[in-house]
Design a binder for this molecule. Structure first.
Ligand code: G4P
Ligand code: NA
Ligand code: NA
Length: 193
């Protein structure tokens, strides 16, 4: 998605060989016009899948998930990372973050996921794939089917995609970052160019 690549080139900050900061439009401040285009693109890519529900995780997955859901005419449920006062009867999974070196128990209320649902999972970043695998686990506990995983920014040099594809899941990423070395963002398409 060219618009997203340009945004990353212009506003992204390479913090290390592994971390890209995109706080000006995705992880802190949010650019709603960009999010609208992101929603349209995910809706286009998964148009044939008869999606009935979008599942994401707080907090940065919510904006792209909502815009995609609006395009598709379905609802979004976001997994919570912290215990909620009102969330009792829930599906839960443990998600370990290599980046943060901590485990979060994520959860979704049973009443918002059904075995008849056809789910699209959306998240902001794909790194090691642990958040996506946790979301898959929640959806599978509900007995729902999974059409695929939509990612805004994939770091292709980490193992997330291969883990998800190994389990047979379709992964659609709107920007694939091949490398962050030399303080520079290199997209997959530009590799070797
Ligand atoms: P994984 O789920 O793919 O295994 O990823 P990981 O544990 O490494 O990611 C932990 C958190 O860091 C996630 O956000 C993830 O989106 C974010 N993250 C990973 N790599 C990058 C990166 O290069 N840049 C940025 N900006 N974020 C990255 P989170 O803690 O769940 O926070 P939130 O933003 O959703 O609130
Ligand atoms: Na994030
Ligand atoms: Na996220």
């Amino acid at each position: 998605m060219l618009l997203l690549q340009e945004k990353i080139k212009n506003e992204g900050k390479v913090l290390s060989n592994y971390v890209l900061k995109v706080d000006s439009f995705l992880n802190h401040q949010i650019d709603p016009e960009l999010m609208r285009e992101i929603g349209k693109e995910f809706a286009r890519r998964f148009a044939a899948e008869k999606i009935t529900k979008i599942v994401t995780i707080e907090s940065s997955g919510i904006a792209p998930a909502v815009m995609t859901a609006l395009e598709m005419g379905v609802k979004v449920v976001f997994a919570r990372k912290r215990k909620s006062l009102t969330l009792h009867d829930a599906y839960t999974a443990n998600v370990y973050s290599f980046t943060k070196q901590e485990t979060n128990e994520i959860s979704v209320a049973k009443e918002h996921l059904h075995s008849s649902d056809r789910v699209l999972i959306i998240d902001d970043f794909l790194a090691n794939g642990q958040a996506a695998l946790g979301l898959i686990e929640l959806v599978q506990q509900a007995g729902a089917s999974i059409a695929g995983i939509g990612i805004v920014i994939e770091k292709s040099f980490q193992e997330g995609r291969s883990l998800l594809e190994k389990d047979g899941f379709r992964v659609e990423s709107l920007a694939e970052v091949a490398s962050l070395t030399n303080e520079k963002v290199t997209f997959k398409e530009e590799e070797g160019a």
